[in-house]
Design a protein around this ligand. Sequence first.
Ligand code: NAD
Length: 382
Amino acid sequence: MEEQIKVATEKFESLLRAQIERAQKMEENPVKKDFSKADKIIIGVCGGDGIGPVITNEAVKVLNALLEDEIKSGKIDIRVIDGLTIERRLERGEAVPSDTLAEIKKCDVLLKGPTTTPKGGTMESANVALRRELDLYANVRPVSVPEKNIDWIFYRENTEGEYVLGSKGVEIDGVLAFDFKVTTDKGTKRIARAAFEYAKNNGKNNVAIVTKANIMKKTDGKFSKLCHEVAEEYPDITAEDWYIDIMSANLVNPALQSKFQVFVLPNLYGDIITDEAAQIQGGVGTAGSASIGDKYAMFEAIHGSAPRMVERGAAAYANPTSMIKAAEMLLRHICRTKEADRLEKALTVCTETEKKIEITRDCKGATCSEFGDYIIETLKRF
Ligand code: NAD
């Protein structure tokens, strides 16, 4: 036991030093690319695993249709990047193979299909690795349910909290296990600023800061305090503290749910509550997600690779709406607002107002590809 305590203590010291170094390296005033003025934009595409390639293909079809002229002129390059499959990751023993990462880093933005993470073992999730390698600190997930007057956007911190040392905990055999949660000052301020900037630029006047600061006093306490400090720079926006437990209830409370606008949360709470929010919208297949950093950004569905759908031969009936919504977010990120608005209108027609064809869970409705074609046809109306 004494020996294990000694090893764990030494491990803690090295983790602490590495985290201090990470925190010190974070840039305070990064220079961001202005996509509205860029001569060339490279969009990388990784299909991922399971239903990933099927749904990603539809999102790429939609992007090709919307960006046809700029692709022809060479201003926009949609570049398929192979090599992020589970087979190759396992073979190489790397969450993201280094040659694939190098290709991804040549792109400005990435459209990524869901990737499988094997249970157990030591293989890290490709997503966690990409978020870290590309420093994608803001996970942004919009949720909208017009008939309930719900228009939410979640800013989940994406690079620290419980995840940064998630596979580096310590265990004293047969006695206990210890994991770590890390909240840095710069890491918190940059996610807070992203949320408040969004609120300011989109006419929102309320940001909910969601933590469990009554229990996690150091980490969540710091998160809440620093979010309030950033909020002082935005006098027209109210910042309200909420605890994650009651917020989970509020999201399904008809008397309260429409009052929320923008949420800022640490990593784990954001991970959980955004799936709840997506379910309120109509299921994980309907929700897109962006992971944004100062240099790179990645756009994807919020769900996983649905291996059971593939096993039962139903991949062709996967719903591509999530990936197409991710494509819409990508368009907005690269300042293609007109194209994003057209896509948003087509999505509303195809999924809410007209629904000429529908994807159904029993696989008796439209296929993923037919639904993609329906969106492209509908785009012509706008
Ligand atoms: P999942 O999201 O893959 O599936 C959950 C349920 O939703 C299943 O019933 C599935 O059939 C259904 N579903 C998901 N997407 C759908 C779509 N587009 N159309 C219709 N139905 C859809 O969750 P899981 O089974 O827990 O995870 C499977 C794998 O995905 C795991 O290896 C997990 O680690 C990984 N994963 C990856 C990401 C990512 O890459 N961003 C996110 C979550 C999970």
